[in-house]
Every structure is written in structure tokens, then in C-alpha cells.
Design a binder for this molecule. Structure first.
Ligand code: FES
Ligand code: MG
Length: 623
């Protein structure tokens, strides 16, 4: 068997794999009419009944690319090579579309689609004759949506198999499908002739130049476009590069695959190899339940710190873990990941872009460094049947300024701090985005070097911010803390990426490089702002951000990991009563049926923003 060809004896004594799920569609004589009908219609693209009955595995290809989803659109090409790999390995490919999730095009926010795509994908994988699946990932939420579905199928198997044994519903056996991710890959590096420009990250820079009148609209469009020169997802370490690195760190993608730029020939070669690999996984019965273990998630958290990964990663990784029944929390992120140093010099935390990261050795080069320091669980199994240790040990960085040794780390403690206090139970801060300006301005009191206080200026959602930030009557100075509320999963359905707020233009002109920001929404992974974000519970779910007022003093203490508003408990009660008498925290009405359902069903950001009723059905945390 192919699983033995790598010298791994793990599967030698393994029980014989269960029969293929697809057999019960195409080779069952128990219900001859039904079987004939299944065989009849799948012939209309040239498959023969003999092929369908031959016992060849049917491999699904979950196509996340389309004209609506340009970050993943190159998968339409790559899927052809995935199919070639599947065919070569002796199986049959069934490609199918998933609900698109495009970060830059979807209003009000693409996060709304993560749970929708997830629910849809579970139904497809459950209800069709599929024996294994290639998950084509890329743009931010496509990767977690796919992995949440793979994790859910594991739970379904655990929940349903006792029932199925009694009723012999063989058609629905073995939900725990072998699954493998393949990233579309980052774009080529952006350039403007003199310097590199990173997609996403350059947009935040352009916004500031525009606000201070240094560029006009046309120059802004040009500048932002130069950051994104080819097919592929963002070339910075935003949420897309992050989530695909984590998929690889979890063991759910081929080693070295996540960082290959979309247009490189190696990307097409990787598509072919991924197609071959999934067929081997079906034959070896190597499933997500073998791969998505607690050690795998802890490996992913440590990799996230070392690469300077996105602040969206805890939301998505916690969600994936919960769907398989593991309760991963933001405290785990602090405990496991905080002290890992930043080893990857890539925007927004560093300097370089995706092509440099790939040429330096990609995720295996990072993992090899962590492994050497005992910071990874080496025995975690991966998609190719080998362990993480076997896959990455000895990989050397080929560009030591890009993937740095520990002795030249860009900074220590690159993980997230999990804060709590009187304003929320949990919010995270990416300490690695604290630059010299912020350090000097807010964290340089010699008697209290890791704490700061500031006067709150509160905005109710992104429109309030855009309309009023430059209004001098708000009296914002360079000691203020900007607060954004009403943009959590319920308040702004899906949770808006709006917590990283620029200072007023008059402060920017005077040399202010940024103000501390706090909010119940998210922040783009391509932003380098040291915001306190993902605050849970949000204002719309009863969190105390709802009773904060402009002018209140907020204290943030990184030593005690607390964030508090300095008002008395009696004042908190008074404001609560006033808010309730006024009908509670107000937010805009839903605009579609799904937005309304989403709001009723969503959990909070700290728990992965998962569908509460799905968690209840699956009997996992977050219900
Ligand atoms: Fe799709 Fe960044 S917007 S990857
Ligand atoms: Mg984003």
C-alpha cells in the first residue's frame, strides 16, 4: 500500500479501511432502481457505469474560486491539475462549487459567508457520493470554512455511528472523509519601481496619504492596485497567508505547499501532487480525526506567533477546533503562543512579501526552527502519512533575513495577549504590532512601563467613525483611545474589520503615527495597528462597551492583562439601567434573511463566532 512506501509502519496493522461510501450509491444491489438512477445521471459527462462501479474512489474537489471570488479564481485552472493527479492515482474527480467568500468584494462583510459556506459544504460532503475531498483554499475565510466542514464530519461520524450500526444505513457511514487543503497561493510581490508594495497593507498607508492630502483619488487607486499584481491571494501575512500556513501546520496540507505563489509552476505541480495524495489518503483511510488533534492545534498556534499571523486566526482556529469537539480558547493562545518570537520578516509585522517567504523555505523553514527549540509536537500526523517532525526536520532557511534564526528574531513574545476586565471578558492584542512610536508614546512611563491610560472617544460603528473622525469638536488629542463598538458578530452581522482606526487628519499632519484602538469588531490581518480587538461579549450581546461614554478613562495593563474603564460599580449599574430603559443597545436592521438568521445564531468572536445551533447539535463547546 502507498502508505508503507515511506517506511512508516503505522498503518501496517491498521484494520482494513471501511468500504468506500460511494459504493453504496453506485454498486448497491439492495435498491436496484435507486442505484440505476444514480448510475444513469452521472454518465452524462462521459463516465461509464463500469467506471462508477469499479470501486475507484470518488474524490470531491471543493471549488471556492469564481468570478465573484477573484482571490481564489486561479483555482479554476489549478483544479485541472488536481483532477490529473486524481486520475493518475486511479480515482474519479467530482468538482463542485462552494458558496463564494470574497474578502474585498462582499458587503457588508465576507465573514457573513464563512458560516454559510461551511453549512453548505457539510451538506454537500454528507449528501453526495464522495470518498475524499480536496479543499481548494485561499482568501481569508475560505480556509476556515473548509476546515470547519472537515471537522464537523468527524463529529457527525462519532454522533451517528452508534445509530447507523442499528439501522444499517450504510449510505451514510464513514462521514469522516479523508480531506486535504490546497491553497491557491499568494500573488507575486507588488512593486512601484522603487519599493515593494504589499496588498492590503498598502491600502492602509494610502488611506493616510489621502487623508493628509498627499495623494489624490487616482493616485490612491493606482497605489493600491500596484500592491496586487497577479492572480492569487494577498501577498502579505494577512489572514489568507496566515490561515493557509496554519492549515499546513495542522497537517492538513502538503508540507511546503501553502507559501508557493499562485503563478509559479510549482503551484500547478503542487495541485497535481495534492490530487495524487488524496487518493492515497482514501486508500489508507487517513482522516481528519487522525490529524486534527490537540497537539496539531498547539503547533498551529506557535506557528502563528512565529510568522506574525493575523488577529483573525484565533477566531477561525478556535472555530475549527470546536467543530471537532476540542475547546480551544484565547487563553490557550496566550499560554501556548505568547512567548514564541517573531521569526518571519514579512509585512505587516516585517518587511518582505510572499515570494521572499516562499524562497526562504516557507512554512517548513519556520517549523524546523520551532522544532529544534522543542516548541512543536513532532509526532502530529499529517496528510502525507508522515509526522510534522519527519516532514520539516532539517529544513534550512535559504534567505536568513526573511526566515530568521532565533538569535536574530525580529522581536520576542510575538503571540497574542488575551485581555479581560470591566469592558469585556476577552479581547486580544497582537503585541508584535507595537512599534517604537506607540512604545514611546503610551508605554514609556518608568513607574508603570507596561500600562497606559487614555480618554475614550467612542464611535458607534464604522459610519459614525468615517463621518466624525476629523471633526475638531471631538477634541481628540494624542493621548486619546479610540473605541469602536457595534461592530461585533451581532451588531454588524459577521463582525466588521474596522477596529484599526486612523487618527484625525490634523493629528496625522502633526506627526501622530497612531492612537490605541479598542473594539468589539475585528481588524484586517494586513493591518499593523496595535488594536485591542475581537472584544467579547460585544456591545450588542450585553458587553459593557455598550455603556462606555466618550470622556471616560480607560486603563490598559499588559502585565496583569486587564483593560478597565475607571468608573464605579454604581455608575456601571446606573448606565445599564438607563440603557435598558431606552430599549438596549441599538444597531442597524438586518438587510437579508441570512443576516437575520446569522444574528440569532452566532456565538461571540472569542469562541470562534460559530453557529450556536450547529454546536448544540454536534454537542461541542460554543453551544
Ligand atoms: Fe482575499 Fe486578501 S483579500 S486574500
Ligand atoms: Mg481581511
Amino acid at each position: 500500500s502507498p502508505s508503507n512506501s515511506n517506511g512508516d509502519s503505522r498503518h501496517l496493522d491498521a484494520p482494513k479501511p471501511p468500504p468506500l461510501r460511494s459504493k453504496s450509491w453506485f454498486s448497491s444491489t439492495a435498491e436496484p432502481l435507486q442505484t440505476s438512477i444514480y448510475l444513469e445521471r452521472y454518465q452524462n459527462y462521459g463516465l461509464t457505469p463500469r467506471e462508477l462501479m469499479s470501486g475507484k474512489p470518488i474524490i470531491g474537489i471543493a471549488q471556492t474560486g469564481s468570478d465573484l471570488a477573484p482571490c481564489n479564481r486561479h483555482h479554476i485552472e489549478l483544479a485541472k491539475r488536481v483532477r490529473d493527479g486524481i486520475r493518475t492515482a486511479g480515482a474519479i474527480a467530482f468538482e463542485f462549487p462552494t458558496h463564494p467568500i470574497q474578502e474585498t468584494g462582499r458587503r457588508p462583510t465576507a465573514t457573513l459567508d464563512r458560516n454559510l459556506a461551511y453549512l453548505g459544504l457539510v451538506e454537500l460532503l454528507h449528501g453526495y457520493p464522495i470518498d475524499g475531498v480536496v479543499l481548494l483554499t485561499g482568501c481569508d475565510k475560505t480556509t476556515p470554512a473548509c476546515l470547519m466542514a472537515a471537522a464537523t464530519l468527524v463529529r457527525l461520524t462519532e454522533l451517528l455511528s452508534p445509530l447507523l450500526d442499528k439501522t444499517n444505513q450504510h449510505a451514510h457511514r464513514n462521514q469522516n472523509l479523508p480531506a486535504i487543503c490546497m491553497n491557491v497561493g499568494p500573488m507575486l510581490n507588488g512593486h512601484d519601481g522603487s519599493q515593494t508594495l504589499g496588498s492590503g497593507t498598502i491600502a492602509w498607508k494610502a488611506e493616510e496619504l489621502y487623508a493628509t492630502g498627499k495623494i489624490d483619488f487616482e493616485q490612491m487607486v493606482k497605489m493600491v492596485s500596484l500592491g496586487a499584481p497577479s492572480v492569487g491571494h494577498c501577498n502579505t501575512m494577512g489572514t489568507a497567508s496566515t490561515m493557509n500556513a496554519l492549515a499546513e501546520a495542522l497537517g492538513m496540507a502538503l508540507p511546503g505547499s501553502s507559501a508557493i505563489p499562485a503563478p509559479y509552476k510549482e503551484r500547478g505541480q503542487c495541485a497535481y501532487e495534492t490530487g495524487q495524495q488524496i487518493v492515497e489518503m482514501v486508500r489508507a483511510d487517513r482522516k481528519p480525526s487522525d490529524i486534527l488533534t490537540r497537539p496539531a492545534f498547539e503547533n498551529a498556534i506557535r506557528v502563528n506567533s512565529a510568522i506574525g499571523g493575523s488577529t483573525n486566526a484565533p477566531i477561525h482556529l478556535n472555530a475549527i477546533a470546536r467543530h471537532i469537539g476540542l475547546e480551544l480558547t484565547n487563553d490557550d493562545w496566550y499560554r501556548v503562543g505568547f512567548e514564541v518570537p517573531l521569526l518571519l520578516n514579512m509585512q505587516p509585522a516585517g518587511q518582505y512579501l510572499g515570494e521572499d517567504y516562499y524562497q526562504a523555505g516557507g512554512c517548513p523553514a519556520i517549523m524546523a526552527l520551532l522544532l529544534e527549540k522543542g516548541l512543536l509536537w513532532p509526532d502530529a500526523l499529517t496528510a502525507n502519512g508522515r509526522t510534522i517532525g519527519e516532514n520539516v526536520r532539517g529544513t534550512v532557511s535559504k534567505l536568513p533575513d526573511v526566515v530568521r534564526p532565533f538569535s536574530k528574531a525580529l522581536r520576542p513574545n510575538a503571540g497574542f495577549i488575551n485581555l479581560s476586565g470591566s469592558l469585556f471578558d476577552s479581547a486580544i492584542l497582537k503585541v508584535s504590532t507595537i512599534g517604537p512610536y506607540f512604545q514611546q508614546k503610551f508605554l514609556s512611563n518608568p513607574r508603570d512601563p507596561n500600562a497606559f491610560e487614555g480618554r475614550a472617544v467612542v464611535f458607534d460603528g464604522p459610519e459614525d467613525f468615517r463621518r466624525n473622525i476629523d471633526d475638531p469638536s471631538l477634541g481628540i488629542d494624542d493621548k486619546c483611545i479610540l473605541v469602536m463598538r457595534g461592530c461585533g458578530p451581532i451588531g454588524f452581522p459577521g463582525a466588521a474589520e474596522t477596529v484599526n482606526m486612523r487618527p484625525p487628519s490634523y493629528l496625522l499632519k502633526a506627526g501622530c503615527e497612531g492612537l490605541p484602538c479598542i473594539g468589539d469588531g475585528r481588524q484586517s490581518g494586513t493591518s499593523a495597528s496595535p488594536s485591542i480587538l475581537n472584544a467579547s461579549p460585544e456591545a450588542a450581546a450585553g458587553g459593557n462597551l455598550a455603556i462606555l461614554e466618550s470622556g471616560d478613562t480607560i486603563r490598559v495593563d499588559l502585565n496583569t492583562r486587564r483593560c478597565d474603564v475607571l468608573i464605579s460599580a454604581a455608575e456601571v449599574r446606573r448606565r445599564r439601567e438607563r440603557l435598558e430603559a431606552a430599549g438596549g443597545f441599538q444597531y442597524p436592521a438586518s438587510q437579508t434573511p441570512w443576516q437575520e438568521i446569522y444574528r440569532q445564531e452566532t456565538g461571540q468572536l472569542s469562541e470562534g463566532m460559530i453557529v450556536k445551533r450547529a454546536a448544540k447539535y454536534l454537542n461541542v463547546a460554543g453551544r
